[in-house]
Design a protein around this ligand. Structure first.
Ligand SMILES: Cc1ncc(COP(=O)(O)O)c(C=O)c1O
Length: 496
């Protein structure tokens, strides 16, 4: 064993030996079961006293990293006995760590609430894992590995994505009325990455982004992390109040408008056709691109589909993003972005330098798995199932939560409830957890969290109608227990 020793260092020699062995064990260079040289042999090797080595071994034994076997020497202990963290927490963190400061993201409210009951009914999450097509997907993975071999697990090309999948996405979009060419499609690691790279290409820290208020919570976290100024415009039952957007454009000069026009997260509202045209017209007039996030647009239960804003775009004003997370499985981390013009090459270059490529294996598997016919059949089944869940949540809420205002979402995953005046969703969540039901408090979705205190978002798509009914019963009990402080001051409320 060649252990580099610095005889002039302040750190005693036995400590240097101990550190080196400790690091080598942690890095797996000395695997469990490795027999270390005897103290005499190692001392001779390193030109140090035997006591130096004995002290180093004793320290490692005391920490469970070495096992001393009388008469047969010292062995590296099995992994389970190796402490995971090598950091000595008694030491202060290095200055560069302290200089980083806390993350911009708000703390998770969940940590402030009682632990979840095992029989909890959670109205959070995005899709129902009980319906993930695991078996078919496993078969497709095996098929792809068999037929494409090492091609499937190489890097592929560091560009817009696997060409056949880009064509499949273009066909899927065409089946939903969005005509695009495969050359305009960039495959991304989830639509969240598409959102991130679009922001990183189009905005600089300090720039403003105009968003619906409330909006997708993780987009808000992303904007904060990027140092953007977030300007919120209210939402009603017809989506973003586009009539209020123009003064905000004049006042804040945003560099991007981020909108979720279909079954918005969190309100479930759908942007009307005339507002889509008006927003596009404003984006054109004020030279501000639109990022259209269509995360669940094809999950429609009733009403007529409105054209995507991208479908109305004749000049390349709109970047459109979509995902396979909601209809298939979020853990695939495959989404896509559609754009026209010079911005496309910038987005592709930006993605390449940040993550090289989205998993080439999963792109191939997804392309094999998602034929237009299969996707449409899956969409029909999912729509049927989620429509009955939407109906169940509305029926249960109307019957059991008379004091709550809610509007009927015509698609998507979410019901947005307005609490009685003065009731605070973050406080209600504590009681709800005790009753065995979970939801996302409205505060997560607002630029100023307290503005969302009067609202609750329920994801009904993850629960069966029976679970929904029980969950709403529990929520009703929590509401009965909640102190309703009439007249308590609260920020502006947006009726949906
Ligand atoms: C509105 C919206 N956009 C984007 C995403 C990101 O989805 P993914 O990155 O899984 O495609 C989500 C996830 O919940 C979402 O709700």
């Amino acid at each position: 064993v060649r252990i580099p020793l610095d005889r002039d260092a302040d750190l005693p020699l036995f400590h240097q030996v101990e550190r080196w062995l400790r690091d080598s064990i942690a890095a797996g260079e000395l695997p469990a079961g490795t027999r270390l040289p005897s103290t005499r042999a190692l001392a001779d090797d390193l030109g140090v006293s035997r006591i130096t080595i004995a002290n180093a071994y004793a320290e490692l034994e005391a920490d469970g990293l070495l096992l001393g076997r009388p008469g047969s020497g010292s062995y590296v202990a099995p992994a389970s006995q190796v402490p995971i963290s090598e950091v000595d927490r008694a030491q202060p963190w290095p200055l560069w760590q302290l200089d980083l400061g806390a993350p911009a993201a708000p703390p998770d409210e969940a940590s402030e609430h009682p632990p979840a009951r095992p029989d909890r009914i959670s109205f959070t999450g995005v899709a129902d894992p009980r319906h993930f097509p695991i078996k078919e997907f496993a078969r497709t993975v095996a098929d792809v590995l068999r037929s494409d071999g090492v091609e499937a697990v190489g890097y592929g090309t560091f560009d817009s994505g696997y060409p056949p999948l880009r064509s499949t996405v273009a066909q899927l979009l065409a089946s939903q009325g969005i005509h695009t060419r495969p050359q305009q499609v960039v495959i991304t690691s989830g639509s969240h990455q598409a959102l991130a790279i679009a922001c990183q290409v189009l905005l600089r820290p300090g720039n403003a982004v105009l968003v619906e208020q409330p909006t997708y919570d993780l987009a808000l976290e992303l904007f904060r992390e990027l140092g953007l100024k977030v300007v919120g415009a209210p939402v009603d039952q017809d989506g973003l109040r586009v009539d209020l957007v123009e003064p905000l454009l004049q006042q804040h000069h945003p560099k991007l408008i981020y909108t979720i026009p279909n079954f918005q997260n969190p309100t479930g509202a759908c942007l009307s056709g005339s507002r889509r045209r008006h927003l596009l017209e404003l984006s054109d007039r004020y030279n501000v691109p639109i990022l259209e996030d269509d995360f669940a647009g094809d999950l429609r239960y009733d009403g007529r589909a409105q054209p995507a804003i991208k479908a109305l775009d004749r000049r390349g004003q709109v970047l459109y993003i979509g995902t396979f997370s909601k209809l298939l499985m979020p853990g695939l981390r495959v989404g896509y972005l559609v754009a026209d013009g010079p911005v496309l090459a910038r987005l592709v270059a930006h993605k390449r330098v940040h993550d090289l490529t989205t998993s080439p294996l999963l792109q191939r598997v997804l392309d094999r798995y998602v034929t237009v016919g299969r996707y449409q059949a899956h969409l029909r089944r999912t729509t049927r199932r989620c429509r009955s869940r939407r109906d169940a949540v509305i029926e249960a809420a109307r019957a059991r939560l008379p004091a709550i205002a809610l509007s009927v979402p015509r698609g998507g995953l979410f019901a947005w409830l307005e609490l009685p005046p003065g009731m605070i969703a973050r406080e209600l969540l504590t009681l709800a957890r005790e009753e065995g039901v979970d939801f996302a408090p409205g505060s997560r979705f607002f630029v100023e969290p307290s503005d969302g205190d009067g609202f609750v978002r329920l994801n009904f798509a993850t629960r069966t109608p029976e679970e929904i009914d029980l969950g709403i019963q529990r929520l009703a009990t929590a509401l009965e227990r909640a102190p309703s402080r009439r007249g308590r001051a609260r920020g502006t409320r947006t009726r949906t």
